[in-house]
Design a binder for this molecule. Structure first.
Ligand code: HEM
Length: 462
């Protein structure tokens, strides 16, 4: 029975009666796709091959290090039971130019964005010109190797093992290091100080059971992230996923200043000033969703995610422009755009850059970094074009989404931010205050690439 990618039920990966194709899929799918792998410390190697045959040997040599989805899921279960630590994550992605260099035809790949490569999508995405990207991203990148784990020592040791396999004809054209950023409660945050990585599409029965949704269900079918690996021996059971990788620099000082300016403009005082940032993001720094509370909730653990915007049709609580409402409209209109259009992708980013200040506190903007820190944005997609690119272009960069006058996504919107935006006079008020200047762009794309994360069966076949 071919893997049922459109199954309306989450995947019970450990069910005794699992069919042979689904079992083979789990044994050949790379880890970190179906479920996030721990990557508190992350090394990203950007590789360029000088010789196709050497490149194929390198990728084949990585097989013992590349964990399957099934092994990862079993490790997570063992860890939850006995705290037995798992093994490091090694993931491999290949770009369109990489496949060509390895001597493959790319006609089997159906995603046009992947087949163009990120450099040729700057107009679509309103990205800076390639000449303004950081040097490693300006040239050809053929493959990416992701190495992640809970400790720096295991990542360093695994990185050494990967580098030892690299042939003399291949070059590491760039390298990034990600390190988890955590708030005082130990929750993962991004550099503006907000809890991140909370809302994810979930695909597995055990994860969905742990997060029952009454107002919004996080379950999504596998066809949101998995596609047949066209170059694998049996594409119907050997699957992969498209990875978008983008280095997004965050100007924390400018974002914090935008929060202060909005708080001033709205006349917010004292503890209420935190509302300004929540109006931009859609959650308070501690993750409390603005849809549910007008102030940071102290019972926000686990950070609530069971909400939709159905009962907030005019944005009286959470504005249409807020980052999380722009990028996931949650059944707000037209019966659930994110489901109808299949837009939700699995985000697997990691923060980069060191901080000497405390990212989640209220210290003034002038004490904040203006660069050198940000997000290594990564997400798995079944279609880069209709998921990542659609979210960025048709929603975040579109001031008319979901309605005219909404404005850009204040966090990630790119392109000219014209027109003013208005916010409710108070949280939950149907009346809007005076129109405000849109927050300036504080996230800058520094480079990236599109990759396909092939099946283990493909890597073994090389
Ligand atoms: C959620 C920040 C880039 C799509 C969030 C959240 C934060 C955040 C704080 C709330 C936590 C959560 O619900 O998981 C940022 C920052 C970014 C960035 C600082 C850049 C530096 C992006 C990009 C995209 C994106 C490039 C897609 C094009 C999403 C989505 C959600 C989200 C889909 C979940 C919304 C939901 O389901 O409610 N982001 N993000 N983000 N972000 Fe971003």
């Amino acid at each position: 029975m071919p893997v049922n990618l459109a199954n309306g039920e989450p995947l019970a990966w450990d069910a005794p009666g699992l069919d042979a194709d689904t079992k083979a899929m789990l044994d050949n799918l790379q880890a970190n796709i179906l479920r996030a792998h721990v990557r508190e410390h992350l090394s990203v190697l950007l590789v360029s091959f000088g010789d196709g045959a050497d490149g194929r040997r390198f990728l084949h040599g990585l097989v013992p290090l590349v964990k399957s989805a099934r092994t990862h899921l079993a490790e997570v279960r063992a860890f939850n039971g006995t705290r037995a630590p798992g093994t490091p994550y090694v993931g491999v992605g290949i770009s369109k130019l990489g496949y060509l260099k390895l001597g493959h035809s790319t006609t089997g790949f159906t995603d046009n964005a992947f087949k163009s490569g990120l450099k040729r999508r700057t107009d679509t995405l309103s990205d800076p010109p390639v000449s303004a990207w950081e040097a490693p991203y300006r040239g050809e990148i053929h493959a990416v190797v992701l190495i992640g784990d809970a400790t720096e020592a295991t990542v360093t040791a695994t990185r050494e093992r990967v580098l030892a396999l690299l042939p003399a004809t291949a070059t590491i054209v760039g390298e990034e290091s990600g390190h988890g950023l955590r708030n005082a409660q130990g929750n993962g945050i991004e550099h503006f100080g907000y809890i991140d990585g909370r809302s994810q599409p979930l695909f597995l029965a055990d994860q969905v059971a742990a997060e029952p949704g009454h107002n919004w269900t996080p379950f999504f079918p596998l066809n949101h992230i998995l596609v047949a690996d066209p170059l694998a021996p049996k594409p119907a059971r050997h699957m992969g996923s498209y990875l978008v990788f983008r280095k997004l620099e965050q100007n924390v000082r400018a974002f914090r200043q935008a929060e202060e300016d909005l708080a001033d403009a709205l006349g917010l005082a004292g503890a209420d000033r935190a509302l300004a940032g929540a109006l931009l993001v859609g959650r308070f720094r501690n993750g409390t969703p603005l849809r549910l509370h007008g102030r940071p909730s102290s019972d926000g653990h686990p950070v609530q995610n069971d909400f939709s915007y159905r009962d907030d049709p005019d944005g009286a609580k959470c504005p249409f422009s807020a980052h999380i409402r722009k990028t996931n409209p949650r059944d707000s209109k037209d019966g659930g755009l994110e489901r109808v259009l299949g837009v939700m992708m699995a985000r697997r980013g990691q923060t980069y850059g060191a901080r000497t200040d405390i990212p989640w506190d209220d210290a003034p903007p002038r004490t904040r970094p203006t660069g050198g820190v940000g997000l290594l944005f990564m997400a798995f997609n079944a279609s880069l074009q209709s998921q990542f690119e659609f979210t960025q272009q048709a929603w975040a960069d579109n001031s008319g989404f979901p309605v005219e006058g909404t404005g850009h996504d204040p966090v990630i919107g790119q392109g000219r931010r014209e027109g003013k935006v208005s916010f409710p006079k108070a949280w939950g008020s149907e009346q809007h205050g005076a129109p405000q200047q849109q927050a300036p762009q504080t996230v800058t794309m520094k480079g990236g690439e599109y990759f396909f994360m092939p099946s283990l069966a493909y890597l073994k076949s090389l």
